[in-house]
Ligand binder design. Structure first.
Ligand code: NAD
Ligand code: TDX
Length: 350
């Protein structure tokens, strides 16, 4: 592959995408990075303030479902690779508005595959379509076992069904048209710039503002949490050294029950805010469970570790504390993303 690649990163203004863009722009000054993002409620260019004037970075506001516009971008930039992160990403929103998820996650991904395949005209040397996906495609685990790359797909929410579908289209383009693809399925991310509709940033924000902490069901559901920078680092390694046509699971080997995370956050926040121990935990409120709530996700990331030497870098307690510190220091960011539409969503949700 040539060294001065031009890479389209979709969804680069979102939570994970902004960390991936920052890593690629700063680590690979000889690459040209084009961030293609529609700037939905979840996309925010403030996430990328520190890289926006880098000479190898360009932003293009575009919807991945827009065939004409994406084609134009392929003509204009002659992309060598795509790293595809743009998606509707929130499970609760997918329950309220499933078709938005079909549109962006399924049709948008198929549109990108179709246009990349046509633009590269079967001349695939040095080309790559890297699709970023989730562990939720595998469904729900009981108390035992892990998801491996061989686990059959069993999505159960409109979000996970749309991501599973997108994964299938990616593999279909590989098998049918020979498109060079790589796919990775990651567990729950946390860290800076995480939109406060998701568990961890929502709890931090509500603790700070003395609002009820809505724990779904009994808080017994288990997720495997990975620091977002570790996910970005895994994407970097897989993009450069992964085998074409393969998929890689990415996970933190870090399973937590929701209720335990909420308690941990409460105790961190008690300390940071000088509250008496136990004060924030009084805000915990058990609410109606999420419909179809997957009980447990757990990723076996052995393949990625054995083949490419990746492993998580941070302990959860350290990562959570860093995350809390970031939110406390960036209240302007929180205020900006929670103004306007967020209030409407929040009222409909609770
Ligand atoms: P996010 O919601 O924070 O960001 C999504 C980004 O995509 C936003 O910038 C948004 O503006 C953009 N976008 C949405 N629809 C678009 C469209 N039609 N055209 C162009 N841009 C559009 O999401 P995230 O949490 O950063 O997730 C990024 C990717 O990683 C997604 O594909 C998601 O499925 C996957 N993933 C997320 C997690 C997680 O824990 N958050 C875990 C595993 C995989
Ligand atoms: O207010 C809440 N209360 C609560 O108990 C919220 C928002 C969530 N929860 C529970 C539901 C889940 O069991 O916490 C857990 C985590 O919820 P989310 O943060 O919504 O994440 P999840 O549904 O696990 O999905 C996330 O991980 C996989 C991302 O949003 C997806 O994009 C990713 O693919």
């Amino acid at each position: 592959a040539k060294d001065n690649r031009t890479i389209m990163i979709t969804g680069g203004a979102g939570f994970i995408g902004s960390h991936v863009v920052r890593l690629f722009v700063t680590k690979y000054p000889h690459y040209r990075i084009v961030n293609v993002d529609a700037l939905t409620y979840a996309g925010n260019l403030a996430n990328l303030k520190d890289v926006q004037s880098a000479p190898n970075y360009t932003f293009e506001k575009a919807d991945i479902t827009d065939e004409t516009r994406i084609k134009e971008l392929f003509v204009q930039y002659q992309f060598d690779a795509v790293i595809h992160l743009a998606a509707e990403s929130h499970v609760d929103r997918s329950i309220m508005d499933p078709l938005a998820f079909v549109r962006t996650n399924v049709l948008g991904t198929a549109n990108l595959l179709h246009i990349a395949g046509a633009a590269w005209k079967n001349d695939y040397a040095g080309k790559l379509f890297y699709h970023v996906s989730t562990d939720e495609v595998y469904g729900s685990l009981g108390a035992e076992g892990f998801f491996t790359e061989e686990t059959p797909y069993d999505p159960r929410s409109p979000y996970s069904a749309s991501k599973a579908s997108s994964d299938h289209f990616v593999m279909a383009w590989h098998h049918t048209y020979g498109l060079p693809v790589i796919l990775s399925n990651c567990s729950n991310n946390y860290g800076s710039n995480h939109f406060p509709e998701k568990l961890i940033p929502l709890m931090i924000n509500n603790i700070l503002n003395n609002k009820p902490l809505p724990v779904y069901g009994k808080g017994e559901n288990v997720r495997d949490w990975l620091f977002v920078d570790d996910h970005a680092r895994a994407i970097d390694i897989i993009f450069h050294s992964g085998r074409v046509g393969e998929k890689y699971n990415i996970g933190g080997f870090n399973e937590w029950k929701n209720i335990d995370i909420v308690h941990l956050l409460c105790s961190i926040m008690d300390k940071k805010l000088g509250r008496t121990p136990g004060e924030s935990a009084k805000l915990i409120t058990f609410v109606k469970d999420r419909p179809g709530h997957d009980l447990r996700y757990a990723i076996d990331a052995t393949k990625l570790n054995k083949e490419l030497g990746w492993k998580p870098s941070l302990q959860f307690a350290e990562g959570l504390e860093k995350t809390v510190d970031w939110y406390l220091a960036h209240q302007d960011w929180v205020k900006e993303v929670t103004s306007g539409d967020y209030q409407k969503y929040y009222t409909e949700q609770y």
